[in-house]
Design a protein around this ligand. Structure first.
Ligand code: SF4
Length: 333
C-alpha cells in the first residue's frame, strides 16, 4: 500500500471514523522504520492525549498466588505445563494489605488484585472487602480473575470492586485451555453487574499473524473498555513459546498506536505492558506497577525482579513527557 493510502487511513481515524478490519491490518503491516509508522505513532499519541485529557495513569497490580494453574496458558509462568514454580506462594492478607497501602501511598491511580484459577473465589471476596476497607474510600479496585458468571460478578460489585481486567488473549483456545466464548461470557457478566472492563491486545509475540492481531483488536473494540492497548508476550524460560522470541519495544510502540487508532476516542486510556518509554511516546497512557506474583516472572516476588514500582512508572512517563493524573482514576465511577 502507498504511503499516501496509509496516511488517509490514519487521518480517517483521527477524524473519529471507525476503521474496518482491512484498514487496521494495513496499519499493523507498515514497515517499522518508515514515515508511515511514525505518522501512526504521532497520531496515536495525539488521539490518546485527546481521549484522556492529557493525563496518564499508573495502576498497580498485586499478584496474590502462583499455584500451578490447570488452564495451561503457554505464555504464563503459573501454567502447570511450564513448571516454573516448584513451591507455590500464596500471599497472606497482611502482605496484600501492606502492598496495597504502599501503592496507594505512592499515588497509584488504581489497585488491581490478581489470582490463578486455583485460588478460591470466596477467599478473594474476603480479601477484596478487606483491601477496600483499609484503603481510602474512593480508591479504585480492579480484579483480574479466572472466568466467572453473573452471580460472582455481583459478589465482586458488592465487595466494592469497581472493574475487571479480562481479555480474549492471542491464541486463546489454542495455546490456552480456555475457549474464547468463555472469556467473552465473563466480560458480559461483569458488564451486566455494572463493573467496568479493561482489556488489551496481548500477549503479542512474533508468532502472531496480522489477521489474528486484527481479530483480537476488533474484540477489544467491541468490549467498549475503559482501556485497551497492547502488551507483548514475555518469554517464560522453558515454555514451548520461548523459541519464537519476543517482539521488540519499537514494534510494540507501533502496535500500541495502531490499537488507539482502531479504538478511536471511545476508550479513555491506552495501555501497554510491560512499561516502556517508546510505547508511552506512541500514546500509551496507562502502565503498571507490580508486586507479589507475576505471570511473566520467575521470581516469587516480582518487585524484586521484573515488576516496576510506582516511582519507576512515573519516570517512564516523565521521559515520554506525559503528565500523571493525581488521585483515584476517574474512569471507574
Ligand atoms: S494466564 Fe491465568 S488462566 Fe492462564 S495459566 Fe496463567 S493463571 Fe492460569
Amino acid at each position: 500500500m502507498l504511503a499516501s493510502d496509509i496516511r488517509r487511513i490514519v487521518d480517517r481515524a483521527r477524524a473519529g471514523k471507525q476503521l474496518g478490519p482491512d484498514e487496521i491490518g494495513e496499519l499493523f503491516s507498515v514497515p517499522l522504520v518508515s514515515e508511515e509508522a511514525y505518522y501512526i505513532q504521532y497520531v496515536g499519541r495525539e488521539m490518546s492525549r485527546e481521549a484522556s485529557g492529557g493525563k496518564a495513569e499508573i495502576h498497580a497490580q498485586i499478584g496474590i498466588d502462583n499455584q500451578a494453574c490447570p488452564n495451561n496458558c503457554e505464555f504464563c509462568s503459573f501454567a502447570a505445563c511450564n513448571g516454573v514454580f516448584k513451591k507455590p506462594s500464596i500471599a497472606s492478607l497482611e502482605e496484600i494489605l501492606e502492598r496495597a497501602r504502599d501503592f496507594e501511598k505512592n499515588g497509584a491511580n488504581a489497585i488491581l488484585l490478581m489470582t490463578t484459577v486455583a485460588f478460591p473465589f470466596e477467599d478473594f471476596i474476603v480479601i477484596a472487602r478487606e483491601v477496600k476497607r483499609h484503603l481510602q474510600e474512593d480508591t479504585v479496585l480492579i480484579a483480574n480473575l479466572p472466568d466467572f458468571g453473573y452471580q460472582e460478578a455481583m459478589a465482586l460489585k458488592d465487595a466494592g470492586v469497581n472493574g475487571i481486567y479480562h481479555a480474549v488473549r492471542l491464541g486463546e483456545g489454542e495455546v490456552t485451555r480456555i475457549e474464547p466464548a468463555k472469556r467473552l461470557n465473563t466480560i458480559k457478566a461483569a458488564k451486566q453487574a455494572g463493573l467496568k472492563v479493561c482489556t488489551c491486545l496481548e500477549p503479542v509475540g512474533p508468532e502472531h499473524t496480522i489477521e489474528e492481531l486484527v481479530e483480537k483488536t476488533l474484540i477489544c473494540r467491541d468490549i467498549e473498555p475503559v482501556f485497551s492497548g497492547a502488551g507483548r508476550r514475555i518469554s517464560v524460560p522453558g515454555s514451548r513459546l520461548e523459541r519464537f522470541g519476543m517482539v521488540s519495544e519499537a514494534r510494540m510502540a507501533l502496535y500500541v498506536a495502531v490499537v488507539r487508532l482502531a479504538m478511536g476516542y471511545g476508550a479513555p486510556l491506552n495501555c501497554t505492558h510491560e512499561p516502556n518509554v517508546p510505547a508511552a511516546i506512541a500514546g500509551a497512557d496507562i502502565i503498571w506497577a507490580e508486586a507479589g506474583t507475576n505471570p511473566r516472572d520467575t521470581d516469587q516476588k516480582t518487585e524484586k525482579s521484573r515488576g516496576f514500582n510506582v516511582q519507576r512508572c512515573r519516570q517512564i512517563f516523565k521521559e515520554a513527557e506525559w503528565e500523571v493524573y493525581e488521585g483515584p482514576s476517574q474512569y471507574f465511577l
